[in-house]
Design a protein around this ligand. Sequence first.
Ligand code: F6P
Length: 554
Amino acid sequence: MLLTDLPSWKKLQAHRQTWNDVRMRELFRSDPGRFGRFSIQLDDFLLDYSKNLINDETLALLRQLGEEANVPAWTDAMFSGEKINFTENRAVLHVALRNDPKRPIMVDGHDVMPGVVQVLEQMRRFAHAVREGKWRGHTGKVITDIVNIGIGGSDLGPMMVCRALKPYGNARINMHFVSNVDPNHVGDTLDDLNAESTLFIVSSKSFATLETLANAKIARRWLVERLGSDLAVSRHFVAISTNEEAVKAFGIDPENMFVFWDWVGGRYSMWSAIGLPIALYIGMDQFEEMLGGARDMDEHFRADPLSSIPGTLALLSIWYQHFWDAPSHAIFPYDIHLSRLPAYLQQLCMESNGKSTTRLGEKVNYPTGEIVWGEPGSNGQHAFFQLLHQGTRFVPTDFMLAAVTSHPFEGLHQMLVANCFAQSEALMLGKTEEEALAELKAEGANEDAIRLLLPHKTFPGNKPSNTMLYQKLTPRTLGRMIALYEHKTFVQSALWSINAFDQWGVEIGKRLSSVLIRELGEDKAVTTHDASTNGLCDHFQKLKGDKVFPPAES
Ligand code: F6P
């Protein structure tokens, strides 16, 4: 049954009507227990969701909706290795990558855990050798720079985590991430590097992604030119992939390859060998701490999916998207180390749930897939927060922050925390006309000024937010947080009756670009497309003048 046909849907529609005149500030005033009732704690990790437009009845109805959509059964199916990614005939087992190795998970009659453990051990050996200076470059130099070449799930996770866990990083090792096919990305990166002490990781689940292979070929040529021998490749290139044949064809020795499996989706893969850059940077013990954090969240989620932290956030998102007309969701980490978290979550949420066909092949008759966006605070306050406070859009938000910072400069962290709390408070409270008037009077404004300014100085408030507060951004905390969003995304997909684990939508652009790459390389008029595309090609040919593309390397 589709979401809108479930019995609780109609009840939620009726319930929504009771919210038209409700003010959150009044709910807090009348109920001193609200924070306690609408917050969940997992060790030090607290989710405060009390600043939402909900009461006990809302939550009960949303949970009932989740039951009717069979969220608990879908959860069991995922954890037990059923092929819920049915359009690709694959199990969905990122949870196996952080599972207790003693608990078997079967796919096609085989326990996947021994393979998981084996790769973790291989990662441990390699990370140790590089970090201890035992793995050296072709000329005997220790590795000081590591370049991950990959895109999407083969880039965003490791990059986001390496930034987030900088305080845990090896001081001798500089991490670089090349993803974009824009030549300036690989070019600018290589400009600053010494080939003798650089290690490249070519990271691609399919080992067929155009951007990654093109950048990897440039990097290999750069290395061989500088070190004067093809033999150097084996000390400076490793690959992470599910496709051993393609890795061999590229010229990387399978000895230098780290595998993972088709049951790990690209955007869910940072826990697999795709996380090797993380292990190289923070060490394998800390990498395993991160896995442990994800396992904590897995267990918490699995025990009671619809009352868990991820389940609650998913149900709230359903409430706002469908009953409050909120297509987007903002992510505001008050932690500069999490600056790439919004980008990471964009792929996780939007590639997973940006679908309009249900599991039964029907078109959905309701919106799916949140538009995820965000930036670290307090920067956002001086950029787009104006729209949140006084604009016409309704944007639910997530704030996240640590109680303890790794740079305890005097007073700064307290200012950051105060800013974060103040934003969620201001979004919720707003400012009434009476309050604005009292302020203007106290400032000595005359009647004309009051008439002019009063409408501009009021704030509607009643804007929902969640706050995640934890002691410190450790590998364990980060693991918990990322697993939290994975499961939130999964619960949403179950409610929307869509497959969160394929991504056919990205294929159309890939196909068209390969045609255009060839045509633009022929350096003659492009005439096979619509007038706009032909016109853009024509203008491009004129602008680039007689600078012919170098042929793409095969
Ligand atoms: O853009 C689609 C996509 O397939 C993502 O899902 C994936 O994370 C990314 O490309 C990279 O794919 P690969 O790891 O196979 O190079």
